[in-house]
Write a protein that binds this ligand. Sequence first.
Ligand code: ZN
Ligand code: ZN
Length: 421
Amino acid sequence: MSDMHSTPDITTLGALLARLPQTRDDLADLYRDLHTHPELPFAETRTAGLVATRLRDLGLEVTTGLGGTGVAAVLANGPGPRILLRADFDALPVQEQTGLPYASTTEGVMHACGHDMHVACLLGALDLLVAGRAHWAGTLTAVFQPAEEIGGGAQAMVDDGLFDRIGTPDVVLGQHVAPLPAGLIGCDPGPALAATDALKVTLYGKGAHGSRPEAAIDPVVMAAATVMRLQTVVSREIAGGETAVLTVGALNAGTKDNIIPGTAELKLNIRTYTGPVRAAVLAAVKRIVEGEAAVAGATRAPDIEPIDTYPVLVNDEDAVARTLAAFRRHFGEESVLDPGRATGSEDCGIFATASGAPLCYWFFGGIDPDTYRKAQTAGTADRDIPSNHSPHFAPLIEPTISIGVEAMTAAALTWLTPRQT
Ligand code: ZN
Ligand code: ZN
């Protein structure tokens, strides 16, 4: 293709995207198939097999079983940068309630976070990049990651020698479908997604008959006091300009009205963006949990055990500026926004921190723009638009897949070396 009339990257992108209309139906079928057959973290065997087959069909060099069920692929296409494109592919323990004809057929498991969309979009982008390989030089690597939802998949792939297989990338690019209108792309430079610390707390009391409190040390009261006191961590110990979230998502004790149980269990979820705030919150949690147990006269100190952790996801400012410039040229200035920090968490950043590469991780909208606009006008968008992890989460297949494919392809070409053809 001639590059007389536009900048080389736009020309190259245009050349590659010319093929997209031919692949749309196939990608939609693939998406519906993945959506119907969701798999829980580290059990994504069908999904991994399907992905590996497609990658081999594209002619990529494929490694399977990385970090359990992870799949990675490489296409060396001459001297140039090495880029890593990432999709996650696990589902959630959610009973789907969308009523869609392609709803999950697996009881209690659903692609409620849209990772099926990520797989379809990355495979679509790889198809375009492979077909258009004459237009660029460099090494294309792709990572299909298991177990994002439990914060273990990225680290498992890294620990299993991912970078020995695919080389150390010069940039890491990833995306997530979001409850924004389809057509919008959002990316926040700097710390964009929060660190998570999920903790299990076991409080030890002394069980007795419900009629004899004098014989018991009641862990139910201990748990109640602990939950209330934990509410003061964010409100009374963290500066107003900082962000932290502390949720007690589970509180379990006892079996029967007339039995004072021996133990109580809490599950906490903590979100922070900086090391000092994280350390302050964790220290306050320990102090309060231990303090309330001591005040209650607990028989032994509580146990505080980590359930899972995610590091803060930090977008590289230069990588974001460069990638978003490509998005603005392709999608238009008004389609790209900075959504600000989100309190969600993601382990995609591990591929960047573990390899020393800069990261650009963005969100792309998956909601019907008309539906979104109506809810926004009514002021009910937050409540009425089903978001990720909802049993009603149902991204619009098109134009969402096409936008995800275009975004990933545009981002990749921003880093690969353009080649005259
Ligand atoms: Zn999720
Ligand atoms: Zn997700």
